[in-house]
Design a protein around this ligand. Structure first.
Ligand code: CO
Length: 216
């Protein structure tokens, strides 16, 4: 059977399973969505937001792009962020990167990949910002892991500078903005401990040092 047809069959099976577990499931979700979380993650197929966090439909508003970037001219990201913060009033915004990210690998190489080069240009800027620290890491795998972490921290930083988050913080003490990294090798999420929720606790990347003990 064609794989595309398999998807539709699996969908029917999933609906049956859901209805058996909770006959009101779809009825409830069709009337209202009140997610508490906005997830900004990578498009990588190995990092499905709901599955790895054990959340159900209705619990998480999701935006994914290559290498989980927050770019101030990205209308798609900004629209999602604005809706999540100002209409859905999410309590938490999570930027989640992942080890082994192809976008980061591409940004660390000198090769051209086509259109995506314009996108990963922003990751190269993150590298440039942290060049001293990154260049001092001799092991390439460890250097890549560190860039993945620093990239998440910079996206958290960029998020907090958006007018959307800034305005939300003037009227309430939320949302909290978090930086996480998912490990595709063991399924675990690492909290980078850079959570911010107001301007009184500005993020200082220099204070953050990796406690990663990843074997390479
Ligand atoms: Co990725």
């Amino acid at each position: 059977m064609e794989r595309i047809e398999k998807l539709l069959l699996q969908n029917k099976a999933w609906v049956e399973q859901r209805n058996q577990a909770d006959p009101n499931f779809f009825h409830r979700l069709s009337n209202i969505q009140t997610p508490q979380f906005l997830w900004i993650g990578c498009s990588d197929s190995r990092v499905p937001a709901n599955e790895i966090t054990g959340t159900d439909p209705g619990e998480m508003f999701v935006h994914r792009n290559i290498a989980n970037m927050v770019i101030h001219t990205d209308m798609s990201l900004l629209s999602v962020l604005d809706y999540a913060v100002n209409v859905l009033h999410v309590a938490h915004v999570i930027v989640c990167g992942h080890y082994g990210c192809g976008g980061i690998k591409a940004a660390m190489s000198d090769k051209q990949f086509g259109l995506i080069d314009n996108w990963i240009r922003h990751i190269k800027d993150v590298y440039r910002l942290h060049r001293d620290e990154l260049d001092s890491i001799e092991n390439i795998q460890q250097r890549e892991n560190r860039l993945i972490e620093l990239n998440v921290i910079e996206q958290v930083n960029d998020l907090t500078k958006t007018s959307i988050i800034q305005n939300a913080w003037t009227s309430r003490e939320s949302p909290f903005v978090h930086g996480w990294v998912y490990d595709i090798r063991n399924g675990l999420i690492k909290d980078l401990q850079v959570t911010v929720r107001d301007n009184n606790k500005p993020l200082d990347n220099r204070k953050y040092r990796s406690n990663s003990n990843l074997k390479t």
